[in-house]
Design a protein around this ligand. Structure first.
Ligand SMILES: C[S@@+](CC[C@H](N)C(=O)[O-])C[C@H]1O[C@@H](n2cnc3c(N)ncnc32)[C@H](O)[C@@H]1O
Length: 447
């Protein structure tokens, strides 16, 4: 019988999400930070019936696919769960993860091509969102330790690159010099909850998330930012909710840029701090170009981009030959989308602010006689039953689905499988070094 703190000899036989899985006696054992085929001495952390979870204490047979993780926080921080694998092995891991989810949860047996690599394996993230903890004068800004709410200080998170290291260091100094109290989850005290930032095309937007009105002087922070960044904007967001949601409802502009302005794939865009934007610019562009090819817009009379964000993809796809509707629930993103339509003179585009579940059925009813193409890019939770029913009833010829969670994707594809065939599926490495993967699917209505 296994007990916590037992040391066992373990062989990693397969992957299950970010961990390896194997068996020891009658137990199924899950162990992170290993590669399939590796053997290790493992300490048992937790046992539940015939399932156990462990941590490797000594590697006895390493894989030739193992690399030395670049980050010194590997294994402590919950971020880069795959940084011990060669990049080729990471890509294989992600392809297999998508294939397994599609098969097990979606009943879809498909031969996937290799996972499309990211142009940058490190320093690719244009966004950071870090909890602020510690004590007055000794503030810590970093990632949560794996399976905990203890902060691992991340002065140099290698996923973001130099801009993030500079920002975290100067923000930590600012908090300490001003004696600001970091947030304490135990009693909900303290003022500074999170540091959120976005860095695109040399422009930085910094949002200080505050547990109530932020009364401290922000000028010293603005001065520090000015010394290191040519173009920045500073914001305060108030979040008093006692949960894990990072941003509250109100965001106040303090100084500098109001938004980032850039041009990607020929589209000029404006990005405000509360709007969603894909975190890896290089992979975003690869996926958007692929969507353009897959959407088969030559015959389309109506394009609906659901979960459209600020609308860079919408603008890439919109055309004078057909009407385009974009549906997005976040008001700041729709403001960005409306400005983008004006800046680009986008033809025949209507941005709708609201819930896709409510607005897609209305559009479908209003345009029942038109040949329609639908693009879907939902958050991790995927689609709901109503949306799946709407899609099946409207049965557009082509649906393109971008997903950041292959488990919910598989569930949704299963729900649509009596009407649609999967005619393209590929994994994209939007998040190198982590176990997260983006998947792009084209569904074609069965004849
Ligand atoms: C994964 S992002 C995709 C955004 C965009 N397609 C892109 O590539 O940047 C999902 C978007 O859906 C929006 N969203 C979430 N739930 C929604 C809903 N029920 N109706 C409409 N939009 C929603 C979010 O605000 C977010 O902008």
């Amino acid at each position: 019988m296994l007990r916590p703190n037992d040391i066992v000899h373990y062989t990693a036989q397969g992957y299950s999400n970010s961990e390896t899985v194997g068996s020891v006696g009658d137990y199924t054992l899950f162990v992170p930070q290993l590669i399939v085929g590796e053997q290790a001495q493992v300490r048992i952390d937790h046992v539940k019936r015939n399932v156990a979870y462990g941590t490797p204490v000594q590697l006895t047979k390493p894989s030739d696919k193992r690399v030395q993780p670049l980050c010194k926080h590997f294994g402590q921080c919950g971020g880069c769960t795959l940084a011990h694998m060669s990049y080729d092995e990471q890509l294989l891991f992600k392809r297999n993860k998508v294939a397994q989810n599609l098969a097990k949860l979606g009943g879809i047996d498909i031969d996937l091509p290799n996972c499309e690599p990211s142009p940058q394996q490190w320093g690719y993230r244009n966004k950071l969102s870090l909890p602020v903890r510690g004590t007055v004068g000794n503030v810590e800004v970093g990632m949560f330790r794996r399976n905990s709410h203890i902060v691992v200080p991340a002065h140099a998170c290698l996923l973001c690159g130099d801009w993030a290291a500079t920002l975290v260091a100067l923000f930590t100094d600012y908090c300490n010099e001003c004696g600001l109290a970091p947030y304490n989850e135990a009693d909900f005290s303290g003022i500074v909850r999170h540091l959120v930032a976005r860095y695109v095309d040399g422009q930085l937007l910094v949002t200080v998330v505050s547990n109530g009105p932020f009364n401290a002087d922000l000028r010293p922070l603005a001065d520090k930012l000015r010394q290191h960044f040519d173009k920045f904007g500073l914001f305060v967001n108030v979040n008093t909710l006692r949960n894990n949601v990072i941003l509250g409802k109100t965001t106040r502009h303090i100084c500098g840029l109001q938004y980032i302005e850039g041009k990607h794939l020929g589209v000029t865009f404006r990005l405000r701090p509360n709007s969603f934007f894909q975190v890896n610019d290089g992979v975003k562009d690869i996926i958007y170009r692929q969507v353009q090819q897959l959407a088969d817009l030559s015959q389309t009379q109506l394009l609906v981009d659901c979960f459209s964000g600020i609308g860079v993809l919408t603008n890439v796809l919109a055309d004078i030959r057909y009407d385009t509707f974009a549906i997005e629930i976040e008001p700041s993103a729709v403001q960005d989308a409306n400005e983008m339509a004006q800046l680009n003179g986008t033809p025949r585009l209507t941005n709708i602010c609201g819930d896709v579940t409510e607005h897609l059925p209305k559009l479908v009813a209003q345009h029942a006689d038109k040949r329609m193409t639908v693009v879907l890019d939902p958050p991790r939770k995927g689609l709901n039953d109503t949306l799946c029913r709407t899609l099946k009833a409207a049965a557009p010829q082509t649906v393109v689905y971008i997903s950041c969670d292959s488990a919910t994707l598989a569930r949704d594809l299963h729900a649509l499988s009596d009407v649609y065939d999967v005619t393209f599926c590929r994994a994209y490495d939007m998040f190198p070094q982590t176990d997260q993967v983006e998947t792009l699917v084209r569904l074609t209505r069965r004849a």
